[in-house]
Design a protein around this ligand. Structure first.
Ligand code: AMP
Ligand code: GLY
Length: 420
C-alpha cells in the first residue's frame, strides 16, 4: 500500500523507519519530513495545517493510508477532512483530539468517569485565579487550556512564579490557547507515559515509556517537550497498568463513544504514579516525542499491522509481539532550548556509523544544505539504541552521541537514571 506520514519530528522519522520495513508498505511519503527522513524515503514539503493541500497530495499520489503524527493537524481536523473523502486515516478526529487540545475538556471527561486526576479550577479572570492560588497554597500548577507546543505548563513553587504565569497566560502568551487557564493541584510521584490503540470501543496497550521533561541533568531546569526517554517504564508494572486501563483508559474510551465522538487512534496517557496508584496528568492524541522513538525501536515493522488492526476493528484479536529488551533515546537540542535558540548551525555525524535494528539516529529539527546537516529546531537529533538491559542500551546510545560533533547543541548525560 501507499502510505503518507504527516509530520517532521523524530516521531515521524521513527514511524517512517519502522513502517518502511513492513512488506505491506509499497510507497512511503512523509510531509514535510526532515533531513533524516529524506535519507530513507521521499519527503514532500507542504503546509500540513492546510487540509486541502494534504488531501490533494493524497489524491495525486494514490495514497491508501495516512498516518498523522503531530497534534496540530489533528486539532485542525485533518483526519475529518480525509475520512470524509474515504481516505483510510490513522489520527483522531478533531472532536476526539480535544482530549489533547483542551485540558478543560479532559477534566470534564475525568469528572464524568470519576478518574483520578489533580483537583483544579478554571479561570479567565486574573483576580479570581490569584485568589485560588492564595487559597490553595504551593506547590501549584498553572496550565494553558489549549495547545502550546509543550510550553503551556508552569509548576510554580512560589507565589510570584504562579502570579507571573497567570498574568502571562491570561495576557495571551499562547494566544487563544491561554484565554482560559487551569490551576491545578501539584501531584507528587513518578511520571510515566502509557500508549494504547483504540478503535473507538476496544483498546490494545502497545507500550510504556518514561520521558525526561526537564532540560538539564538531575531533572533540573525548565520543562521541555522531553529530553530523552526509555521503554519499558518499570513503574508501569502489570498491577498499575491494570488499574490504569480499568479506571482511566477504558472509561475514557467509553465516555467518548457515549458522547458521540468515538476515540479512534493512538491515545497517550501521561500518568503520575504514587504508591502504586496512577493519576492522569494529561491525555495526548498522538505518539510522544521522543517516546515514539523508543517504542518504534522495540516494535519495529509490526507497528503498521497494529495500525491497520486498529482501523479495521481487529484490535481484540491482535497481539503485540514484544522483544524482551530495552530502548533508550537521548535528545540533542539546540543550546537555549526550550527558550530562544539559533537555527542554522552545522552538525557532523562521523562517517561509518552503522544504523540497524539496534541503533538509529532519528532526526527532528534538521535540514540539509549543500549536503551539510544543519540544525533547524529546538530538539534536533534523537540518538536511539536498544539492548538486553537498559544499561547496555544507554551505553550504546551515549557512545553514538560521542561520534556527533555539534558545538551549538546540548544533551542530558543522565537519561534513564531513575530506572538504573
Ligand atoms: P502536561 O502538558 O499537562 O503534560 O504538563 C507538562 C508536565 O508538567 C507534565 O509532564 C508534568 O511533568 C508536569 N505537570 C503537569 N501537571 C502536573 C501536576 N498536576 N502535578 C505535577 N506535575 C504536573
Ligand atoms: N514527550 C512528551 C510529549 O510528547 O508530550
Amino acid at each position: 500500500m501507499n502510505i503518507l506520514i504527516v509530520g517532521s519530528g523524530g516521531r515521524e522519522h521513527s514511524l517512517a523507519w519502522a513502517i518502511k520495513q513492513n512488506p505491506k508498505c509499497d510507497t512511503l511519503l512523509v510531509a514535510p519530513g526532515n533531513a533524516g527522513i529524506s535519507e530513507i524515503t521521499e519527503c514532500i514539503d507542504i503546509d500540513i495545517l492546510d487540509n486541502s493541500k494534504v488531501l490533494q497530495l493524497v489524491k495525486n499520489r494514490s495514497i491508501d493510508l495516512v498516518i498523522i503524527g503531530p497534534e496540530g493537524p489533528l486539532a485542525n481536523g485533518l483526519s475529518d477532512t480525509l475520512i470524509k473523502e474515504n481516505v483510510l486515516t490513522f489520527g483522531a478526529s478533531k472532536a476526539a483530539a480535544e482530549l489533547e487540545s483542551s485540558k478543560a475538556f479532559t477534566k470534564s471527561i475525568c469528572s464524568s468517569i470519576n478518574a483520578s486526576t489533580a483537583k483544579y479550577g478554571l479561570f479567565r479572570d486574573k483576580k479570581k485565579a490569584k485568589q485560588y492560588v492564595r487559597n490553595h497554597g504551593l506547590t501549584i500548577v498553572i496550565k494553558a487550556d489549549g495547545l502550546a507546543a509543550g510550553k503551556g505548563v508552569v509548576v510554580a513553587m512560589d507565589q510570584s512564579t504562579a502570579f507571573d504565569a497567570i498574568e502571562d497566560m491570561l495576557d495571551g502568551a499562547f494566544g487563544a490557547s491561554s484565554a482560559e487557564i487551569l490551576i491545578e493541584e501539584f501531584m507528587d510521584g513518578e511520571e510515566a507515559s502509557f500508549f494504547v490503540l483504540s478503535d473507538g470501543k476496544n483498546i490494545l496497550p502497545i507500550g510504556t515509556a518514561q520521558d525526561h521533561k526537564r532540560a538539564f541533568d538531575g531533572d533540573l531546569g525548565p520543562n521541555t517537550g522531553g529530553m530523552g526517554a526509555y521503554s519499558p517504564a518499570p513503574i508501569l508494572n502489570t498491577k498499575v497498568v491494570d488499574i490504569t486501563l480499568r479506571t482511566i483508559i477504558q472509561p475514557t474510551i467509553d465516555e467518548m463513544a457515549k458522547r458521540g465522538t468515538p476515540y479512534i487512534g493512538i491515545l497517550y496517557a501521561g500518568l503520575m504514579i504514587k504508591n502504586g496508584v496512577p493519576r492522569l496528568v494529561e491525555d495526548n492524541a498522538r505518539f510522544g516525542e521522543p517516546e515514539c522513538q523508543v517504542l518504534m525501536m522495540r516494535l519495529g515493522a509490526q507497528i503498521l499491522d497494529l495500525i491497520l488492526a486498529c482501523l479495521t476493528n481487529n484490535l481484540l484479536t491482535t497481539k503485540v509481539q514484544w522483544a524482551e529488551d530495552h530502548a533508550i533515546t537521548v535528545v540533542m537540542a539546540s543550546k537555549g532550548y526550550p527558550g530562544a535558540y539559533r537555527n542554522g548551525s552545522t552538525i557532523s555525524i562521523e562517517d561509518g556509523l552503522v544504523y540497524d535494528s539496534q541503533q538509529m539516529v532519528f532526526h527532528a529539527g534538521t535540514v540539509k544544505r549543500d549536503n551539510i546537516l544543519i540544525s533547524n529546531g529546538g530538539r534536533v537529533l534523537n540518538i536511539t539504541a536498544r539492548g538486553e538491559s537498559l544499561l547496555l542500551a544507554r551505553d550504546k546510545a551515549y557512545q553514538i552521541v560521542k561520534r556527533i560533533s555539534w558545538p551549538e547543541g546540548y544533551y542530558r548525560s543522565d537519561i534513564g537514571w531513575k530506572a538504573l
